[in-house]
Design a protein around this ligand. Structure first.
Ligand SMILES: [Zn+2]
Ligand SMILES: [Zn+2]
Length: 242
């Protein structure tokens, strides 16, 4: 199949190797999103209005902080804090019990609108949202390529499988996007790829553990040397530095 602009990121995800092609795609989107945030988009009013509302998750605060654009991060943090301070002071006003007769009668507790507000901020992140908008489309593209392109199926067969979360998403999406016979063929291909690669990784980590035993001191590492970081990606989707 001729490569289209929308198939490029999916192909690149598979070509990059590693323990999960979708994690490769996710991390490429994540890097783009962080670059976008710190490439002065924070100076645009409409984007700042959004980041003031959503804020960022801890992971993406950390990634932005490490990018060395401290002023950019500080400007976003400052106006986000301003909004929270404005909102919280009025929401906290309504918390205490009402002592006089009021709408809810004597002594009724004020409605807690603080926790839902803070829970919403805690669960929202401008960078996560930006990534997910694109990432969901990659699954559509994956199944489009799966149906149209036998060479792509071979690429999937030759992969090292997927992290647990993305394997789960593939099964769910496959059930929605493929019809009976095509779905069975899909399962016949990706389940062995996934299970064999999980077994392979179990063996590699077993060897990694054995290398701490003095009896194995001189045994060659083989592929086990980076197996722990690869296993962490397989289990959690995170890329940890070696
Ligand atoms: Zn993954
Ligand atoms: Zn995030």
């Amino acid at each position: 199949m001729k490569e289209q602009i929308y198939t490029i990121p999916v192909n690149e995800g598979f070509e990059a190797g590693g323990e999960c092609p979708f994690c490769n795609m996710y991390h490429a989107l994540e890097k783009d999103a962080i670059d976008y945030m710190l490439g002065a988009s924070y100076m645009e009013d409409d984007i700042r209005a959004e980041t003031d509302k959503t804020g960022f998750c801890g992971k993406h605060f950390d990634m932005m902080y490490k990018e060395q654009n401290r002023l950019g991060v500080a400007l976003m943090v400052h106006s986000h804090l301003q909004k929270i301070n404005r909102d919280l002071s009025s929401l906290c006003d309504g918390l205490k019990s009402r002592e006089k007769k009021g709408l809810f009668g004597k002594g009724s507790k004020g409605e807690n609108r603080v926790s839902p507000y803070l829970n919403k901020i805690g669960a929202s992140c401008y960078v996560c949202d930006r990534i997910h908008n694109n990432f969901d489309r990659y699954f559509d593209t994956f199944f489009f390529m799966w149906k149209k392109d036998d060479a792509f199926k071979e690429k999937v067969k030759a992969s090292k499988g997927f992290c647990l979360e993305h394997f789960s998403m593939l099964i769910e999406q496959g059930a929605k996007k493929l019809s009976g016979k095509d779905y069975d063929e899909f399962i016949d291909i990706i389940v062995p790829v996934q299970l064999e690669n999980l077994k392979r990784l179990e063996g590699e980590v077993d060897h990694f553990v054995n290398k701490f035993d003095h009896n194995y001191k001189d045994a060659p590492w083989g592929t086990a040397k980076d197996s722990l970081v690869r296993a962490i990606t397989k289990l959690s989707g995170e890329f940890v530095e070696e």
